[in-house]
Design a binder for this molecule. Sequence first.
Ligand code: IPE
Ligand code: IPE
Ligand code: MG
Length: 239
Amino acid sequence: MLDMQRIPKHVAIIMDGNGRWAKKHGVLRVAGHNAGMLAMKEIVKRSSTLGIGHLTVYAFSTENWKRSVEEVSGIFKLLVLYVEKELAELHANNVRVRILGDFSKLPKDAREAVDRALVTTENNTGLQFNIALNYGSRDEITRGVQKLASDVAEGIIKADEITEEMISKSLFTGILGIPDPDLIIRTSGEERISNFLLWQMAYSEFVFTDVLWPDFTPEEYEKCIEVFQSRDRRFGGRK
Ligand code: IPE
Ligand code: IPE
Ligand code: MG
């Protein structure tokens, strides 16, 4: 049973396994991404219902550009479709959409869809739904370092005055006021991080599940949160 008093404030998900799901069902990879989008829609809804503050999903990494042009453009077309179909409901559910990553590199229609989602939901106060798009943790940290280095060069701060908090604040998450994730879930049986939230995950709990992302249901999601609730988080202290 879920303990409603101990719902994580921030859940981050590496939504993996769309390609393997497609292969298993004998369909094109992009059909796997479409199925993944439908799964994501349900997880967003359940996150709202559970009162989770932040849901962050890894939708497209800085490394995913290595994939075929067809697959990459298929993913961004699905993003446009998702916004067209779901924005009204997200807004009605008081969800605020935010983006992690440099989405200026996306195709124009995807950029416009993202802008529409950001503007429409900017005053919403319910679930904050953070979509990592063209996101890479090393890219994010590099940008932060560049910003802090230029502050030093301009004499705004001294190098030895840089604090952990300033580093956190220089990241996309810090700029948007997103707390560190309490729980990170990765589907599809892979047990790696793939350049996601490296700085922010210092004390996150990890739950890995073999379920392929398109098969990840709200029930599976609640099971992952139950596993999280069974963990003893010590943050380096003693009990
Ligand atoms: C995750 O599914 C979605 C993205 C990375 C965009 P994959 O497409 O990585 O699925 P697999 O890992 O090939 O099964
Ligand atoms: C991580 O999955 C990125 C996303 C889920 C968007 P990948 O499928 O790209 O990661 P690797 O290549 O298996 O590490
Ligand atoms: Mg994958």
